[in-house]
Design a protein around this ligand. Structure first.
Ligand code: ADP
Length: 270
């Protein structure tokens, strides 16, 4: 931080600290805060502006492909490639917008009673269709507890972990989705028997665009923003993430929710 905070020094003081003294260094970081806000706004505006043209391009390419309007293998191939890239850009723009929304939302959080069981049953169906029979997927609901928070944000965080498990687990692998309460805390976790992650990468996975293997991420439709989105959602819910992984054997991504957000189940018929 030495270079980052150069020119920001306000004062250096020596102040009493019990029977000792401590050094108090004050810096003015207003300029950095302003730059950060400008960066966020810029990303949000660019993403927003790109959305419509990309939708139009993607839409027409899809029509041309579906209605068999072009003849010739080369032309069809070119169309397919253009459509795939337009889809990839659209996904990227959508993820950038989601991230901007989360960054700009401040402390505003929808405090809804989220029925996690129902939410996960829906996401389980989605996982099955994403996997298209290539994996064995199970859903284990050990608790019917609900969570206090934003349903949309939680869905997006859960979806990201689940789609990662599907995308980074080779054919015939096993994936489980789990919801339980441990010592009062809500715990959602996804376990996969996939490619796993080397320990040195784990602390950096939630950085924007950080990918262990860029080409694999691309091939499987990744944007490199999924776990950054997850991190923001969890922070906003005072929740934390724990990643354990063994390269070549699989990973577990756990999300812990504080006791204050865990609510008893409503209308449960066991
Ligand atoms: P991406 O769109 O690239 O998947 P994410 O932010 O979701 O971006 O994840 C960041 C990186 O973390 C991925 O590129 C991948 O290298 C690694 N990763 C995430 N989930 C898993 C998993 N379940 N197994 C193995 N690697 C994973």
């Amino acid at each position: 931080n030495q270079t980052r905070f150069r020119d920001t020094l306000l004062s250096i003081q020596i102040v009493p600290y019990g029977d000792r003294e401590k050094l108090l260094i004050s810096r003015d970081v207003t300029r950095f805060e302003k730059l950060e806000i400008m960066r966020r706004d810029f990303v949000a505006n660019v993403s927003h502006e790109l959305r419509t043209p990309l939708t139009v391009i993607g839409g027409f390419l899809e029509t041309l492909l579906e209605e068999n309007k072009v003849s010739g293998d080369m032309e069809k191939n070119a169309l397919r490639l253009m459509f795939d890239q337009a889809t990839r850009m659209r996904r990227l723009v959508e993820d950038l917008l989601t991230l901007s929304r989360l960054e700009n939302a401040g402390n505003n959080l929808a405090e809804e009673k989220v029925d996690i069981v129902k939410l996960l049953q829906g996401l389980y169906q989605e996982a099955q269709s994403l996997s298209a029979g290539r994996h064995t997927i199970s859903l284990d609901l050990a608790s019917h507890a609900m969570l206090l928070g934003s349903e949309d944000e939680l869905r997006s965080a859960f979806e990201n972990l689940i789609s990662n498990a599907v995308r980074y687990t080779p054919e015939n692998g096993v994936i489980s989705l789990n919801w339980t309460v441990e010592n009062g805390k809500g715990l959602f976790y996804v376990q996969d028997s996939g490619i796993g992650i080397e320990p040195n990468h784990i602390p950096r996975l939630t950085e924007r665009f950080y990918r262990v293997d860029r080409s694999r991420s691309r091939e499987t439709g990744g944007t490199g923003l999924g776990l950054a989105i997850v991190k923001h959602v969890l922070n906003r819910h005072q929740a934390s993430m724990e990643i354990t992984s063994q390269p070549g054997a699989g990973s577990i991504f756990r999300m812990w929710f504080p006791e204050s957000r865990v609510l008893p189940a409503e209308n449960v018929t066991e």
